[in-house]
Design a protein around this ligand. Structure first.
Ligand code: ADP
Length: 766
């Protein structure tokens, strides 16, 4: 059969399908016109690609549909609108594209169901396809009710096979495939498969959509609720929402681990729930602010340069050779082993000897930030660990506060006066500190206020103490103690000229060269205006002079102020005498002892008096327990000497002895006054005078042996200050004296003693 053909773009016509299409290409228009005149039959075939304007044989499929044109309308602009209905499937046998229209020779194809198919099979095929189709129609609102109803009524498999592809959203290729599959059962399988697949795709798509929708809806709902809350708050004149938003931004910007941020987000959402004016909102707000200002992951870059460290330590401190050496050793070990394992450095010594300032220099040398926590008088564990976040005034502990102040997680943290930690019923702060100083535990330090663990493992802790003996034992275990000793007068002089004067001049706004303090004046200040182991008062006195000088220069228009030994009184007032000078004459029962205190050395006079009585012993003058025992010991020893002094057997029963240490305001304890007390008592009972220009220190045993004592440097300095030149020292302490600088021992007559006999020999006037 020869027919005019129209190549369709993007359309595939199937039998029974009514289709409306516009024709614009000339050859197609010609074909339609020819068909209208010759029986209205036309061959409709699909073009493989939309893009081809003038299709040749290769550009079109070979199987198409013979269709009846039902209507043709000419549209303005030369186009034609055609309504056609597909009839039978046909294949192109030959094709002529040379004429005004495409002329094809086609052969009709047989596509019906084989004659011999039995009814049951037909029925089964019908039901299967219909089920799938119904499923599709139910889940698909796009297809109108009438179509659904009409499809539901179809009772013949052949008809259903024809109408199904018309209503299904199959692609062009799929439709063409159906068209070309001539065998009925094969075509049936294809159609069922396509419909089933379509159903599956729809099901999955619906599920996904539902998920997305519920998520979007929740966000939408939250958003609307938040906006509403904002409006309500605004109406109430509260402005917490914008606050919360600001906090939310800060949380996201915070450089911290995700776990921290997650915790903060939760806390923020709690804050959002609270009404802005409520007290608990203020607590919560405070909490968030505190947490945000903690340096979670902020840190400074360390400098591990020991040469630089040495330079900084030397630049800021005179002398202290041993201390510097040990600090450098400590830093060297630390740089090799890394953080954590190293013990904590503890600088121990009297006040004003530069402990704090060494710590500062260490921080500077390592390029670390420096913060100081003063532990003096801390009794409550909460001061270390913070208060739980239950009331308005609750705060984090001092460690966390110091960390916040430093702004980095790896500062040098000075634990000042660790020996003055107290403890009472509110808990033991030293146990909290123990955790802080333990390299294994402090990466997870728990502050009650902060709640989540804070990492302290990067912090370099340095402690200071005046008296190592009062540091709680477990704490002392963790510390590497470096002793910082008292300064000699000469050292003080150097420190003053090299450091303190410049420092104070700068502090008080004095220009270079506008103040000079003579060496003589400085010596006088050191000796007569201050009494200390360190240089703190000295620095203060120099500060006083600076202020006077500034005033003088402003008042009198002077350019330079010179302070000398002679005019010093004008600046500092009358000199004071701090030390008991040497006793003027030898006396019975009066002996000078030497004592060590956390604040430096001191001399103390011990007096013994014998009087008629009945064998009582009286001790006065704030003696500690150990000292009272020493007094008993001294008495027992003295009794053994009754023969030597020709005393009657009843002597001790007929006399009372009174032992006293004047200047009772300073509590004194320790065993080192042993030989002093014994000498005083022996002098009293034997009525022998004790040499005036003499001081002594040493522990004594019951049998009169002399044992070694500590703090000798401080004691000798104190003796020197008091102008005493003869000193009795236990011979076991000789190595200590050998180590001392010549400045201390110069002009001193040090006599080493090992027994009480030697002491008495040296002390009593024969
Ligand atoms: P501490 O912490 O031991 O009580 P500080 O470190 O506060 O003492 O020292 C008090 C003052 O004395 C500081 O101004 C310090 O710089 C100064 N100072 C102490 N020792 C020295 C020293 N060896 N060289 C220079 N200045 C010193």
């Amino acid at each position: 059969m020869n027919l005019p053909a129209v190549a369709l773009r993007g359309l595939c016509v199937l039998p029974k399908m009514a289709i409306n299409f516009d024709v614009s290409r000339d050859r197609s228009k010609e074909a339609v016109q020819y068909a209208m005149l010759h029986g209205q039959k036309i061959f409709l075939v699909t073009q493989k690609s939309d893009k081809v304007e003038v299709p040749e044989e290769k550009d079109i499929y070979t199987v198409g549909v013979i269709a009846d044109i039902k209507q043709m309308v000419k549209l303005p602009g030369g186009q034609m609108r055609v309504l056609a209905v597909g009839r039978t499937v046909a294949r192109i046998m030959s094709m002529d594209t040379s004429g005004a229209y495409i002329d094809v020779e086609v052969e009709e194809l047989e596509t019906g169901i084989p004659e011999d198919t039995d009814e049951v099979t037909k029925e089964a095929m019908l039901r299967i396809l219909k089920d799938e189709l119904m499923k599709f129609l139910q889940s698909n609102q796009e297809i109108s009710k009438e179509v659904s109803r009409a499809l539901a009524k179809v009772g013949d498999i052949e008809e259903l096979m024809e109408v199904t592809p018309i209503h299904m959203p199959f692609t062009l290729e799929e439709k063409q495939n159906i068209l070309e599959t001539l065998d009925f059962s094969e075509r049936y399988a294809l159609v069922v498969q396509l419909v089933t697949r379509e159903n599956e795709v729809r099901r999955i798509r619906n599920e996904l959509q539902a998920k997305v929708r519920s998520k979007v809806e929740k966000n939408q709902k939250d958003y609307v609720l938040r906006e509403q809350m904002k409006v309500i708050r605004e109406e109430l004149g509260e402005d917490a929402q914008s606050d919360a938003d600001m906090l939310a931004e800060k949380i996201e910007e915070l450089s911290a681990d995700d776990s921290v941020k997650e915790h903060l987000r939760k806390e923020l959402s709690r804050f959002r729930m609270m009404s802005g004016a409520a007290a608990e909102a203020a607590v919560q707000r405070n909490y968030l602010d505190t947490m945000l200002s903690l340096p979670w992951n902020e840190g400074t870059e360390d400098r591990n340069d020991l040469k630089e460290a040495q330079k900084v330590l030397d630049r800021d401190h005179y002398g202290l050779e041993k201390v510097k050496e040990r600090v450098l050793e400590y830093l060297a070990v630390r740089s090799v082993t890394g953080k954590g394992d190293a013990p904590i450095l503890c600088l121990a010594g009297p006040p004003g000897t530069g402990k704090t300032s060494i710590a500062k220099s260490i921080a500077e040398a390592l390029n670390k930030k420096y913060v100081r926590i003063c532990l003096g008088g801390v009794r409550d564990e909460a001061e270390i660990r913070g208060h739980r976040r239950t009331y308005i005034g609750s705060m984090p502990g001092r460690l966390v506060a110091a960390l916040t102040q430093a702004g980095v997680n790896n500062p040098v943290m000075l634990l000042d006066e660790i020996d003055k930690l107290g403890s009472d019923y509110k808990g033991d702060p030293s146990s909290a500190l123990l955790e802080v100083l333990d390299g294994e535990q402090n990466s997870q330090f728990r502050d009650h206020y902060v709640e989540i663990p804070v990492d302290l493992s990067n912090v370099l802790f340095i402690a200071t103490a005046n008296d190592v003996n009062t540091i709680p034992d477990p704490l002392r275990d963790r510390l590497e103690i470096i002793e910082v000793n008292s300064y000699t007068e000469n050292e003080k002089l150097h420190i003053a000229t090299d450091f303190l004067i410049d420092k104070q001049m700068k502090k008080n706004g004095l220009k270079d060269g506008s103040l000079s303090i003579s060496t003589g004046a400085l010596k006088k200040i050191i000796h007569h205006y201050t009494r200390e182991a360190g240089v703190r008062s000295l620095e203060r006195k120099i500060g006083d002079i600076c202020r006077k000088a500034v005033k003088e220069q402003l008042d009198k228009g002077r350019k330079v102020t010179r302070v000398t030994e002679q005019n010093l009184e004008k600046y500092l007032g009358r000199e004071k005498l701090f030390f008991d000078p040497v006793n003027e004459k030898d006396e019975i029962g009066v002996v000078r002892g030497l004592a060590w205190t956390p604040y430096g050395g001191d001399t103390l006079e011990i007096e013994a008096l014998l009087m008629p009585g009945n064998g009582k012993v009286q001790l006065t003058g704030q003696m500690g327990d150990v000292m009272k025992e020493s007094a008993q010991l001294a008495l027992s020893y003295a009794r053994t000497l009754s023969e030597q002094f020709d005393l009657s057997e009843e002597f001790f029963e007929q006399h009372d002895i009174h032992l006293h240490i004047p200047e009772g305001a300073v509590p004194k304890d320790g065993p080192s006054a042993g030989i002093t007390m014994t000498t005083a008592i022996v002098s009293a009972i034997g009525q022998k005078k004790v040499k005036a220009n003499l001081a002594m220190t040493g522990e004594v045993t019951l049998t009169g042996r002399v044992l070694m004592i500590g703090g000798l440097k401080e004691k000798l300095l104190a003796a020197k200050m008091a102008g005493i030149t003869n000193v009795l020292v236990p011979d076991k302490n000789k190595p200590d004296v050998d180590e001392m600088s010549a400045e201390i021992t110069k002009g001193m007559n040090i006599c080493y003693v090992s027994s009480m006999e030697q002491v008495l020999d040296a002390a009593l006037v024969q």
